[in-house]
Design a protein around this ligand. Structure first.
Ligand SMILES: O=C(O)CCC(=O)C(=O)O
Ligand SMILES: [Fe+2]
Length: 234
């Protein structure tokens, strides 16, 4: 599944030095295409937002993408985001689906197994230099127009997240479509690095560090697709 041409040594060195790296051409071309098609055509998406958000009267936590309810949820989340952390995007919970045997036809189940196989975990430990990585979480994500993820660090008290990864699966993404992964200085004042979600690249960064997915512009030519999660110690 991973490209045979990948030489990880330079990426490992950069990750160690800078705490983040974007590796181009990560998967074999056919695998990336197959996953893209699955995300575009086959996945039953649900909308996602903060589960602890206080929702206005009549709103629920998740809706069918494209429905009037979805539009109302996005508008409300966008307004709340003026006051602090919020996000809004479409999601498919790959780990839960694999565990519960949902949608058995999806190739995403093979991805969950692959990411948690001994060879991949070994690869993750090699690439990051962290010998304690034991598991890889995964969700599929789709950002449509107006979707966003405000600044956060990925720290979670209930999970030991070592590194965050994002496998970018949108073709020909342009920087002025938004949806940029931007890293901020510790004070959250300055952008210190930006990763455009380039086709078949793997964005990888040490956790915690403040980062943002900027709003996807109304003129973006396609949704922003990814498979994302964490290399975890526990
Ligand atoms: O999609 C990305 O580039 C980053 C996603 C992210 O930061 C997250 O899901 O926590
Ligand atoms: Fe994050």
């Amino acid at each position: 599944m991973i490209s045979n041409e990948l030489d990880i040594d330079p990426w490992r060195a950069r990750l160690r030095a800078q705490g983040r790296v974007q590796i181009p051409g990560f998967l074999q071309a056919e695998a990336a295409s197959r996953l893209h098609d699955c995300l575009r055509d086959e996945v039953r998406w649900e909308t996602a937002q903060r589960t602890d958000a206080e929702l206005a009267e009549g709103l629920v936590h998740s809706a069918a993408p494209g429905s009037a309810e979805d539009a109302a949820l996005l508008e409300a989340a966008t307004l709340r985001a003026r006051d602090g952390f919020e996000f809004y995007f479409d999601r498919y919970r790959m780990i839960d689906a694999r565990r519960d045997g949902q949608d058995p036809e999806l190739v995403l189940h093979a991805v969950v197994d692959f990411l948690n196989s001994a060879p991949f975990l070994d690869f993750a430990r090699q690439l990051t230099g962290d010998p304690a990585i034991r598991m890889v979480s995964a969700i599929a994500v789709r950002y449509r127009h107006g979707h966003f993820l405000r600044s956060h660090s990925d720290h979670a008290s209930e999970e030991d997240r070592a590194f965050a990864y994002v496998l970018n699966l949108s073709r020909d993404w342009l920087p002025d479509w938004g949806g940029l992964l931007q890293f901020l200085d510790p004070a959250g004042q300055r952008v210190v690095d930006t990763f455009t979600p380039r086709w078949n690249s793997l964005s990888l960064f040490r956790v915690p560090q403040p980062h943002v997915v900027s709003l996807v512009a109304p003129w973006a030519g396609s949704p922003r697709y990814s498979i994302t999660g964490w290399f975890r110690r526990g």
